[in-house]
Design a protein. Structure first.
Length: 313
């Protein structure tokens, strides 16, 4: 009858032999394979060996599985540090790009909604036939009330480069409501106590109405300058905002750019194209500045990783 101790030793040798052959074949198969695949395969093998040791009462396999589970987190971080770092950087950079694209598209859609509300308001406040017929033809289903008389309008639209708006917001009445053409028409209606002042819009919000805009000391060229034109030019020069206006006398629609330059807007289509270009271009500049900042930190991380690698060597 075989000795029990000899049987135990034989079982141990068999288990060690199985492990040796198994890992040798595994390493031959995985040689030159992607590091993450090796990591995943190794974890699966350890789990399978642990299960086999428990079910087959193989002490060596069970012991090895238990010990590996204890040191596995540290061992994985050390052995696969380059692969883990590379994939984390890859996922982080691509996730940031996708997030930026989604945010950029949301901003563009919000800008389109803002512009449509502004055009509806302007169309209702000027008697110009070009504004009425053109906009109705291109916007089927929109219900726009048109005034029989011109009504003055003065709106400052904040851009990313605008500054000092709070000073002028404080001179008016806080509204803090989403941009809506009917609300704007109500504000600029001649019977409204706020109609003589200006409206300030930030993002998609009417922040304040009845605001006092600074009068420009420079007379606009090639136009009949009234107090509304001087206020629009002064606000554009001072705060670097886009200032939209409708003349109460002629019904002409125009915008003063952040540098104080005057631009006439003859049709709703022209206004839409202009504001889309200006507002979306401003968002693109802001995104590019953010990309430059992200690029700086990316370079910094690569430099730091290189220094760490040299120190280890």
């Amino acid at each position: 009858m075989p000795d029990a101790n000899n049987i135990d030793y034989l079982r141990l040798f068999i288990q060690v032999g199985i492990l040796t052959i198994f890992y040798y074949l595994l390493l031959r198969i995985l040689r030159g394979t992607n590091g993450i695949i090796i990591l995943f395969t190794s974890l699966m093998v350890i789990l399978l060996l642990g299960a086999a040791g428990t079910l087959g009462k193989m002490e060596v396999l069970g012991w090895l599985s238990d010990k590996f589970k204890t040191v596995a987190p540290v061992l994985i971080l050390i052995v696969f540090q380059n692969e883990i770092r590379r994939y984390l950087l890859f996922l982080g950079s691509h996730r940031l790009k996708v997030f930026k694209r989604l945010m950029s598209e949301q901003k563009r859609q919000a800008n389109i909604s803002l512009i449509d509300e502004l055009i509806d308001c302007v169309s209702a406040m000027t008697t110009s036939k070009a504004w009425h017929q053109t906009w109705l033809d291109s916007t089927t289903g929109r219900n726009i009330h048109h005034s029989t008389n011109n009504m003055g309008l003065l709106i400052a639209i904040a851009t990313p480069e605008s500054s000092g708006l709070k000073e002028y917001i404080d001179t008016g009445v806080r509204i803090d409501a989403p941009v809506n053409n009917l609300l704007l028409q109500t504000i600029f209606y001649k019977g409204s106590p706020l109609h003589d002042g200006g409206v300030i819009i930030q993002g998609q919000t009417i922040v304040a109405a009845g605001c006092i805009f600074p009068l420009s000391q420079n007379h606009p060229e090639n136009i009949s300058a009234h107090s509304r034109h001087l206020a629009a030019k002064g606000m554009a020069e001072t705060s670097r905002a886009l200032v939209l206006l409708v003349s109460e006398e002629s019904g002409a629609v125009a915008v003063f750019e952040p540098d104080g330059h005057f631009r006439s807007l003859e049709t709703p289509t022209e206004m839409r194209k202009y504001l889309l270009h200006e507002l979306n271009e401003a968002e693109d500049i802001e995104d590019n500045e953010s990309d430059n900042t992200t690029g700086f930190w990316s370079i910094f991380r690569r430099k730091a990783a290189g220094i760490i690698d040299k120190t280890r060597k």
